[in-house]
Ligand binder design. Structure first.
Ligand code: FE2
Ligand code: FE2
Length: 188
């Protein structure tokens, strides 16, 4: 398995946009927390989160290529871990028709991907625009307001109940705490 440093190098070489990098860092932090929750491999789950959108800029006009390019780049540096490859592919199965999510790692990525966006949106409407001032209550309130951050697919997040056995509120709590832990790195 590649080291975190090497993964970060690959990510920053391929992804220039700061917000996209921050999104990847957020998903990494939440994935590590979920790995801890499930007593799984925190390094591996973190890498999946960090790298899942690495080809987003390059594939932005060809959504059917999103994740496939990332997997090619990983193979070029001899990263062939089947769980990492499959998990990255699984989050874009809607466009690639490959690898729908099937296990805890893959469902974790699918469920938290959208939630990190909602948490950022809730943070940005706080007067301070700081994660430290965001509460689980404030997120749950915005969760019910469908017009708020309307692009966030609530049902994809809510799948955490059925697929991961974690109630939405607990899933939100775990994710918020994980993101608060890297607040300065993601500028929030
Ligand atoms: Fe993606
Ligand atoms: Fe993503």
């Amino acid at each position: 398995m590649i080291a975190r440093d090497q993964a970060w190098q690959l990510l920053t070489a391929k992804l220039a946009n700061q917000n996209l990098r921050r999104h990847c860092l957020s998903v990494e932090a939440v994935m590590r927390a979920l790995a801890k929750h499930f007593q799984a491999d925190t390094e591996k789950w973190g890498l999946v989160g960090l790298l899942h959108d690495g080809d987003y800029e390059v594939s932005k006009d060809q959504p059917q290529k999103h994740t496939l390019l990332m997997v090619e780049w990983l193979k070029e540096i001899d990263e062939n871990d089947p769980e990492i490859i499959s998990a990255i592919l699984s989050h874009n199965f809607a466009h690639t028709a490959q690898n729908p999510p099937q296990n805890q790692l893959e469902w974790s990525l699918n469920c938290c991907d959208e939630l990190t966006g909602l948490i950022v949106a809730v943070t940005l409407v706080q007067p301070s625009k700081k994660l430290i001032d965001v509460t689980v209550e404030s997120i749950m309130k915005k969760w019910s307001q469908k017009a708020f951050a309307a692009g966030v697919h609530r049902e994809q997040i809510a799948a955490c109940e059925e697929r991961l056995g974690i109630p939405v509120r607990d899933f939100v709590t775990l994710s918020l705490v994980a993101m608060q832990g890297i607040a300065s790195e993601i500028g929030l």
